[in-house]
Design a protein around this ligand. Sequence first.
Ligand code: M3P
Ligand code: FE
Length: 314
Amino acid sequence: MGVMRIGHVNLKVMDMDAALRHYERVLGLKETHRDADGNVYLKCWDEWDKYSLILTPSDSAGIRHVAYKVERDADLDELKARIEAYGTPAEMLPEGSMPAIGRLLKFNLPSGHEMRLYAHKEFVGTDVGSLNPDPWPDDVRGSAAHWLDHVLLMCEFDPERGVNRVEDNTRFMKTCLDFYLSEQLMVGPGHKLPVATWLFRSSTPHDIAFVGGPRNGLHHIAFFLDDWSDVLKSADVMAKNKVKIDVAPTRHGITRGTTIYFFDPSGNRNETFAGLGYLAQPDRPVTTWTEDEIGRAIFYHSGELNEAFTTVYT
Ligand code: M3P
Ligand code: FE
């Protein structure tokens, strides 16, 4: 029961043609729907529901909402009651509010980011099908991302004013949505302040993460690849397509993933990463990283965190 996994992200893009070239040619997503308002819906080859990314034409970049899929329709009623009992308003949007999707529970995280939950989305199948399937399809482009894996949201963090939306969001996700904490990065005297947290409902190290910063926003959306050689190939695809690479292939200490960060043409940060990390289980001890090891926590090889990585985001 409850949340299973990330379902989709709705991003704002400033040039739809350029955005489509990026998500189709570089990441390998395919368009599955387009609505009258100019929103374009896409999916990765290994996903079975109709879409995992919605691109909305806009005059700015950033995230509009992130949605997670729950197992049963009745979960939406139970979670609505829990969210409201927590003191957070929640609204049930009727079926038909979004294409190919059932009713949606809409609310804002303590940070203000909009989140939606749903139980049904039109099933279209993966590109290899589910009857005696091949391990990968022939007609997939670029990095050939398997699936949208997680989002990392930037949350207002100003301990001098007593503001820590990372902590607030983490408590909300654990209390209302039964997420589990896998890793945390602690700062301040005695390492008492969580400045970043990684949480899961699936069996991977994170389905969502929160990092503290000067303002709320989107740090990145991440797409899953199989292994390190796919990460290298993904970097080659980016170089071929003149994509602005933010961080060249390396490894995270946190989650153990191998990774690249880059930007879509509107400046929304993307990540392609490989490695399921470890088997995340509710009783697994939480991994704690301390401020003095922040460099290795984020970029394990260089051990250095560049300033722009946590200050430039949409
Ligand atoms: C990841 C990950 C930051 C750390 C990011 C880590 C933004 O993206 O997938 O584990 O500090
Ligand atoms: Fe990530």
